[in-house]
Ligand binder design. Structure first.
Ligand code: ADP
Ligand code: ZN
Length: 735
């Protein structure tokens, strides 16, 4: 690079620019893909070199120098940088922020790729300490000392300690002063994928599975395969075998899953079947563990990389296959900041790398189904459950004729009894946590609302609180109305109330509630799922969390309480979504030989949606939805981008969108429609007013062209300083 001395650098700031810098006067050579430290405004920043140029628009005297090149060789390869650039272009998001999203946080902070880990260990003197006496005088110190004794001679790394005992540093100072403790640095342990236990073979594939596998094996080059099979049809078995081929040839397999915390079974199964330890990448890891997995993927030391959304950016030395499990799951789409879809990036990345990508689901998104119809993706179907299990039967319970008490109707209660008596397990699904969604006054009808959002407060009985599920605000639960002082009562039900009512009705049953409140404690989720899997729990009550991918062998009855939430949704995706969540949760029933039964409580049993779902299944729902979207011109037949803004004043939230609309007015063509700006469906959230502007286009290139022009205009406009705004390409939620 010596003859083209100006470096083009991505810096983590919200501006769509690459920044020009001179290399440092001395030190390592600057290569594309290396990190640098540089002065930026009044601060130092870490940036990544994207390229170089001979000239700059910045006048020579104003060009600054990087202070330091942080890497001796590129840490991001050309292929990694391709994905970063693609993401920045497609989502119209500043490249510096995309780079930041793609790097583990330690690298983002400028720490070395192979950092030294700070460790803490006890001294010989510590062995003579009277821990009991210390516990009385300095309990925190005693606690730390005990933890270190447990860890033994290798000590504990500080990352882990912070997790175990957040305030350990102060205690450590006390112990160090007494000479009981010292710190030292050691090189981070490298990831090791070898296991002592060999791979266990899976079941022999049935004819459908073999057929599917042979289609997946038809090429080692790019192809997108939608593996569309009913719940329990053996999709995982099929893609595991395909993964094994790739691993045998020395290729790397990247598997994206919605949430690792929810699928410990899947991780265990991968480990078991493939006989190697997967490198995990998800938000529940310590920073150093995350970096270690990232490094192992980059070096090719890990062959199987399993992670959530952001793992799509994991560097791969020998990529061979990408798998997206539960492709339809909305957690693949980031809902803030860089609003990317990991599933869509997986397809783009596979194409660039020229490797196959497998998208698995029992309830595929309409986008993927449409790609199959046009022939750009291959539709691989598994029509029946594997291993002799029957599909669950779905029935409706009309809650107008059979009213519910605390959420449960008599027919549902009778079915629960019957399944418990025959040693079955029951799952009660309600996608609403808390005790009750509303607190209402008996006298004046006033409803407790959030002061910062246009929303109601949810009653949480266990913690005796009223909480806003939108901004997190909480206050003490009251017994009397804020307005008139009369008694208030909780109205409607959440999972907490259901749990209580089930405990009353079934005093002998072991009941476990599984939702984000009950699983906050570390390890609680794992414990709950284990008790569900082993069959220790008789009744499971929970939210969406319970519907995802689990295999509970004894589960025979699923009850869907209040299924009407999505029936009259305003979003064009309401029906698709609701069908997905019901089919997914229904799919937990009867996965082994025992037949599964699904009872759905609804006040609208005559609604066409139910008839379609029960008679035609997801296939019919999705066929109908596609036909409807084609007529109404919604995705996948058109493309959307949503401009959002939020500000303390309503006019400020609208103003930046007016600027956008004004700019777009001149560009509106037959293929581009601009709708709004309007208030967001929830117009006020966390104290900010929210507004939105929807862009809809029947052709992708027009949409992207106008967004490309628009972004820098908005960044420069003074109205942008008074509002938080963002561009959401292919939004999954329109609010
Ligand atoms: P999916 O991923 O479609 O939900 P899985 O691959 O998890 O399905 O399979 C569901 C259950 O059926 C698992 O317990 C699995 O071990 C079993 N299974 C899958 N394929 C077969 C087969 N060919 N023969 C017997 N059992 C099978
Ligand atoms: Zn709120």
């Amino acid at each position: 690079m010596s003859d083209s001395p100006i470096l083009k650098i991505a810096v983590n700031v919200p501006l769509s620019l690459e920044f020009d810098y001179l290399p440092p006067q001395k030190g390592s050579d600057p290569f594309v893909g290396c990190r640098v430290r540089l002065p930026f405004g009044r601060r130092e920043q870490v940036g990544v070199i994207l390229g170089s140029a001979r000239e700059s628009d910045v006048p020579a005297p104003k060009l600054k120098r990087c202070t330091e090149i942080l890497d001796e060789a590129a840490i991001l390869s050309a292929a990694d940088l391709w994905l970063i650039r693609f993401t920045s272009d497609y989502y119209h998001h500043p490249i510096g922020e995309v780079v930041a999203a793609a790097l583990p946080s330690l690298l983002r902070q400028g720490k070395p790729l192979h950092p030294l880990i700070e460790k803490v260990v006890t001294t010989d003197l510590a062995k003579q300490t009277d821990v009991e006496a210390l516990t009385r005088r300095a309990p925190k110190q005693a606690e730390l000392l005990e933890a270190l004794f447990d860890a033994g001679g290798d000590g504990l790394d500080t990352d882990l300690l912070t997790e175990l005992l957040p305030t350990w540093r102060r205690a450590a100072k006390g112990l160090t002063d007494k000479g009981l403790l010292t710190t030292f640095e050691s090189r981070a342990e490298e990831f090791d994928e070898r296991l002592v236990t060999p791979a266990t073979p899976g079941p022999d594939l049935n004819a459908d599975q073999q057929q599917a596998l042979s289609v997946l094996r038809s090429s080692d080059k790019f192809g997108a395969y939608l593996l569309d099979g009913v719940t329990g049809s053996g999709k995982t078995e099929v893609y595991l075998q395909r993964a094994q081929d790739v691993l045998r040839q020395g290729g790397q397999v990247l598997i994206l899953v919605p949430e690792i915390g929810l699928t410990p079974q899947l991780v265990a199964r991968l480990r078991d079947r493939l006989g190697i330890e997967p490198a995990l990448l998800h938000s529940g890891l310590s920073n150093s563990a995350r970096l270690a997995a990232w490094r192992a993927a980059r070096a090719g030391a890990a062959h199987l990389i399993v992670g959530t959304r952001s793992a799509i950016f994991a560097p791969l030395k020998n990529p061979g296959l990408i798998i997206v499990d539960e492709e339809h799951d909305h957690s693949f789409k980031q809902q803030e900041g860089l609003r990317y879809s990991a599933r869509d990036l997986a397809i783009a990345r596979a194409k660039y790398l020229d490797v196959p990508v497998i998208l698995g689901s029992a309830t595929p998104s309409l986008e993927m189904l449409q790609h199959c119809r046009t022939g750009s993706y291959e539709h691989v179907i598994l029509p029946a459950r594997a291993g002799g299990a029957n599909p669950p039967t779905l029935r409706l319970i009309d809650t107008v004729r059979r009213p519910t008490t605390d959420g449960i109707s008599e027919p549902l209660a009778a079915a629960i009894h019957q399944h418990l008596d025959s040693d079955g397990q029951v799952l009660i699904f309600l996608n609403r946590r808390g005790f009750a969604p509303t607190l209402i006054c008996n006298s004046c009808g006033h409803i407790a609302g959030c002061e910062r959002c246009d929303s109601r407060l949810t009653v949480h009985a266990g913690s005796k609180q009223l909480r806003c599920h939108h901004c997190g605000m909480c206050r003490a639960l009251v017994e009397n109305c804020d307005e008139c002082g009369e008694r208030v009562r909780p109205l409607g039900e959440g999972t907490e109330r259901l749990e209580e009512s089930l405990c009353d009705r079934f005093p002998d049953a072991v009941i476990r509630r599984i939702d984000s409140d009950s699983t906050q404690r570390k390890g609680a989720m794992h414990e709950a799922l284990e008790s569900a899997t082993l069959g220790h729990a008789n009744i499971l009550v929970g939210t969406q969390m319970l519907s995802k991918g689990h295999h509970f062998p004894r589960l025979s009855l699923v009850g869907v309480v209040n299924a009407d939430q999505g029936l009259f949704g305003t979003d064009f995706r309401s029906a698709e979504r609701m069908a997905q969540s019901i089919i997914q949760v229904a799919g937990r029933a009867g996965r082994e030989r025992r037949n599964g039964e699904v009872l759905i409580q609804t006040a609208f049993p005559e609604n066409e949606f139910w008839k379609t779902l029960i008679e035609g299944g997801y296939r019919q729902i999705s066929d109908n939805a596609l036909a409807e979207r084609e007529v109404t011109r919604w995705p996948p037949f058109t493309r959307l981008a949503l401009l959002r803004s939020a500000a303390h004043r309503q006019t400020d939230a609208h103003r930046i969108l007016e600027v956008a609309r004004h700019h777009l007015a001149a560009r509106t063509t037959e293929t581009l429609r601009v709708l709004g700006p309007v208030d967001a469906p929830m117009a006020r959230k966390a104290g900010r007013y929210r507004a939105q502007l929807l862009l809809q286009s029947s052709d992708r290139s027009t949409l992207h062209r106008v967004l490309r022009e628009l972004r820098p205009i908005l960044e420069k406009d003074p109205a942008a300083r008074k509002a938080r705004w963002s561009i959401d390409v292919d939004p999954v939620e329109l609010f």
